[in-house]
Design a protein around this ligand. Structure first.
Ligand code: NI
Length: 231
């Protein structure tokens, strides 16, 4: 399932991100790429342990935890702390699949605190589409390639199993946050069923909140989640 989550960050939060990121020392994006994807990756990235990355990452995690649409769609078990990248001057990232497992390191980089299986990939846009040329995120899906370029503060979720790439940014700069989610429900198809069911229940409850079938449907939702979750 490809899903847009609008307004993950407010305008003020986006401005705060951009202001702080404009003062940061960026590094070569190959630092978090796997062996294969390093050959295709040409961008800048903020090192994970950078204090600005730490502060903004915490702000984004906080916003995600309060976003009902994100929770309903992703059913997060673990979230890899959000990272930040910048594409400019022809920067791009060729076709690849994200690494299956991501290690969250301690601040001194000496040990692995947590291991996150990447079920869902997320890109949160921090530049307005008219600030740069190119830079579309192209995600291959069973229906063909989907091109994604969203307003600031909006986010796209897509299965980490998807082949994807970022087109060259030929003018301006494209700043974004990106991260991965290990879901309670590993299979995309099962998450999609649960998301559709949850959204239908919520819509029904606004027009027929006393209908007895709502209790039954909610029970079905929880029983499916119990059956499919692997927390
Ligand atoms: Ni990727």
């Amino acid at each position: 399932m490809l899903l847009q989550i609008p307004n993950v960050l407010t305008y003020e939060q986006v401005v705060q991100c951009r202001t702080m990121l404009s003062k940061a020392d960026w590094a070569d994006g190959k630092i978090t790429a796997g062996h294969q994807s390093a050959k295709a990756k040409f961008n800048l990235q903020l090192p994970e342990e950078h204090p600005i990355a730490q502060q903004l990452s915490a702000m984004i995690l906080d916003a995600l935890n309060q976003n009902p649409l994100f929770i309903s769609a992703a059913l997060p078990l673990k979230i890899f702390p959000p990272l930040f990248n910048c594409y400019q001057s022809g920067g791009h990232f060729g076709l690849h699949v994200d690494n299956a497992i991501r290690d969250v390191q301690s601040l001194d980089g000496q040990r692995v605190i947590e291991r996150v299986r990447t079920d869902i990939s997320a890109t949160l846009f921090l530049s307005q589409p008219d600030e740069y040329e190119g830079g579309e995120l192209l995600i291959e899906d069973t229906y063909g390639a989907k091109s994604v370029k969203l307003p600031t503060g909006h986010m796209i979720l897509y299965p980490s199993t998807s082949l994807h790439k970022v087109n060259p940014v030929t003018q301006g700069a494209r700043v974004a946050s990106f991260f991965w989610i290990q879901s309670l429900v590993r299979e995309d198809a099962q998450r999609t069923v649960l998301f559709d069911l949850d959204q239908s229940i919520q819509q029904l409850s606004t027009v027929a909140s006393e209908h007895p079938s709502l209790v039954q449907l909610t029970g079905v939702y929880h029983n499916l989640l119990r059956m499919w979750s692997n927390a």
